[in-house]
Ligand binder design. Sequence first.
Ligand SMILES: Nc1ncnc2c1ncn2[C@@H]1O[C@H](COP(=O)(O)OP(=O)(O)OP(=O)(O)O)[C@@H](O)[C@H]1O
Ligand SMILES: [Mg+2]
Length: 458
Amino acid sequence: MSDLTTLLEVGGPVAALGGGAAYARAKHPAAYWSSIGLPVSTVRLLSSYGSVMEACDLTVPPSRLRVFALKTMSRREVRPVPPRRGIVRPTTTGLRLRLRLAPGQEPADFAAAAERLRHVWGVHAVYVTTVKPGVIELRLVGYDVLRRVRMPRKSAGGFLRVPVALREDATPFIRDYRTIPHQLTLGATLSGKSMYLRHLITGLAPQPVALVGIDCKRGVELAPFASRLSALATDPEQAAELLPVLVQEMEDRYDLIKARQGIAPDTPDEEITSDIWGLPDSERPVPVVLFVDEVAELFLVATKKDEERRDEMVTQLIRLAQLGRAAGIYLEVCGQRFGAELGKGATMLRAQLTGRVCHRVNGEASAKMALGDIAPEAVTAACSIAPERPGLAVAGDTSGGWSRIRTPYLSLGDAAETCRESVHLVPDLPALKSFRPDVPARPAETAAPVFLPHPVTD
Ligand SMILES: Nc1ncnc2c1ncn2[C@@H]1O[C@H](COP(=O)(O)OP(=O)(O)OP(=O)(O)O)[C@@H](O)[C@H]1O
Ligand SMILES: [Mg+2]
């Protein structure tokens, strides 16, 4: 009897603890990681570092000096040496560890062993980044951070830099217009493109930037942000009027830069500029970000007359993509597909859009339109995105790098509220004045009925 009591006394709390831990791991992975996962993985890592490196073939033979010293001083067995490691730095989502590569090693060796390392140290994933020549950082991620996205508090945003999503290695994915001026975002319907745009618009709304929208879905996606938009076109006809104005604005800005260059023959070299960023603050025009939702709608034509208008619009978009950067005009293009079948100019425009984000797509062909010229593995990764995870995407740029990202959830109401709060920041751009959308009045609070309805009964 006493044995049974002891078993119940000891086993009960242990079972409750185990159950609690399993529940926390499934439902609150961040809390589980901070309280249990982190200490367990740290102990595992520190206690097994040497043997794991050896098992994963990440050690090198010891130097002759070391062999000599070991043989003469201690007579211990001479073992291969693992790379020297720095201190283990815990984070809210994982662990970080810097390693100095031993002679003959390269970061790719560690990237190839990442899957083995993740299993042996019991973490969700291991990523390898190069810090500087000879030094790499192992980023151990404790749990699936893309399941419920929470952006890190210290996301290095800034002027024309918007932390828009989270990468799978728990670092923020930053849309930086100064380094990647134009971007293409592709995805099937309900894949999360508009959510991505929503984050960009709310990120840019509190900045001194002009936001311009072309939303050929009659404005349903962008109209809620009308209060912060400097111009909005909601069908191809309006877009056909807006685009030449933007091209003209770009040409005027080029004239401004040219005038500055020709100020005087004795202008110091550092004052000669080839883009708006070299202009003095007082003269610098405000940057313009053009959002195009559902780009294919601009390409589709029904009649011969529409065809001419389409060709003009495509040419203007190509010109904006080609020359816009120096004039501070940036493109953010969204669509479900963007292939050569859209017609003349589609491939040329696509090639101008350096940044690429591909959400869930309906086939490999669509993924190839966004990521085909980046990396074949990126295409495969985009094709395996599940419909249950809207907002998940593969982001790459034409330099060949790519990563999985996911936007956090942001309600349309909250995004629209941010835009309303920053309405005073809409810059004064006379050319776009006639395209400024009507701001819908805020829906009035539903007043309580004066008479309560009574159901009619017999
Ligand atoms: N990161 C996310 N987390 C949670 N839910 C999301 C996320 N991104 C999008 N969603 C949800 O998925 C649904 C579709 O998103 P969204 O409207 O952005 O898709 P879309 O690609 O623009 O679709 P369409 O082509 O039909 O306009 C919405 O209900 C949205 O709330
Ligand atoms: Mg959409």
